[in-house]
Design a protein around this ligand. Structure first.
Ligand code: B1M
Length: 225
């Protein structure tokens, strides 16, 4: 009998599938992929597998990351395991008409090529059930605006790692705010040089210090809008 707690446990420890070498203590044992497949075969609903298996696991990882009980590599490994399960689950979720928690557009701002933190934020939000529109790195303001128009109701996230590129966030925000869209575009920012003070100064809706806090922030903005 498929156990959703086992799926969550395997996400937490990063065991993607039975051939995965990590973690060595689970060598040869089924991973997220096999457990998700088993649950599907047994008729467990895709949404239950998503919420009580994959998302529940990523939530634990997020809390541990926030509390410095685990670090970037563990989060990336857990996110990879979660994605392995999503490959089989995604088409079923689409077929059953399950809607994502919301849409999150994310990119690293123009002139900036750093993407490790941005990817982490994207993965954690995907783990929390969001549809991710990843614009990549070196993203000009116009691209954030176009993506907002194409994804009505989405929250926009901008990442910057350089003090020189962080300042470009202001013109991106001004561009989106002056576009006279007939709907609100909540904007959140983050990245090593970014501060709450800077976020207040450029008038965005939120700032998060790390990927787990970004999930809490985006969820709270979704509730407020
Ligand atoms: Co560069 N780099 N780098 N770099 N790099 C830094 C940022 C730097 C602090 C190193 C240093 O000098 N000590 C420095 C910036 C100095 C400054 O501006 N004050 C620097 C520099 C100067 C440069 C170059 C200019 C170097 C050169 O070529 N002379 C150059 C710039 C290239 C460019 O972007 N145009 C450059 C290049 C590179 C590499 C390509 C070699 C590589 C990037 C590889 C990649 O990303 N694919 C690289 C790296 C790896 C770093 C360091 C070492 C690590 C960054 C990182 O990935 N951290 C970095 C020094 C450091 O931070 N120790 C450095 C791990 C990551 C998980 O953390 O990105 O902070 P972080 O993300 C966190 C939070 O900030 C937050 O959540 C994440 C997870 O908790 N967060 C968000 C991030 N985005 C968010 C968005 C949100 C919310 C939260 O909402 C939307």
């Amino acid at each position: 009998m498929a156990n959703l707690k086992d799926i969550a446990e395997n996400v937490i420890c990063g065991k993607a599938d039975k051939n995965a070498a990590y973690p060595p203590s689970r060598k040869g044992q089924p991973g997220v992929l096999e457990l998700v497949e088993e649950a599907i075969k047994e008729g467990v609903s895709p949404i239950e597998i998503l919420n009580e298996g994959l998302i529940a696991g990523m939530e634990v990882v997020g809390k541990r990351f926030k509390a410095n009980e685990c670090y970037v590599p563990e989060v990336l490994i857990a996110a990879r395991a979660m994605k392995t399960g999503m490959v089989v689950l995604q088409p079923l979720l689409v077929a059953t008409g399950v809607k994502p928690a919301g849409t999150f557009i994310i990119g690293t701002v123009k002139g900036d090529l750093h993407d490790i933190g941005k990817n982490l934020v994207a993965m954690m939000l995907e783990g929390a059930g969001f549809k991710i529109v990843d614009l990549g790195i070196d993203v000009p303001g116009q691209k954030f605006l176009e993506a907002s128009k194409e994804n009505r109701g989405a929250i926009v996230g901008m990442s910057a790692l350089l003090t020189t590129t962080m300042v470009g966030m202001k013109s991106n925000v001004d561009l989106i705010r002056s576009a006279s869209l007939d709907f609100q575009v909540p904007i959140v920012i983050g990245g090593a040089p970014v501060t709450q003070e800077y976020a207040d100064e450029i008038g965005v809706d939120g700032y998060a210090t790390d990927a787990a806090s970004a999930v809490d922030l985006v969820k709270s903005l979704l509730k407020a809008n």
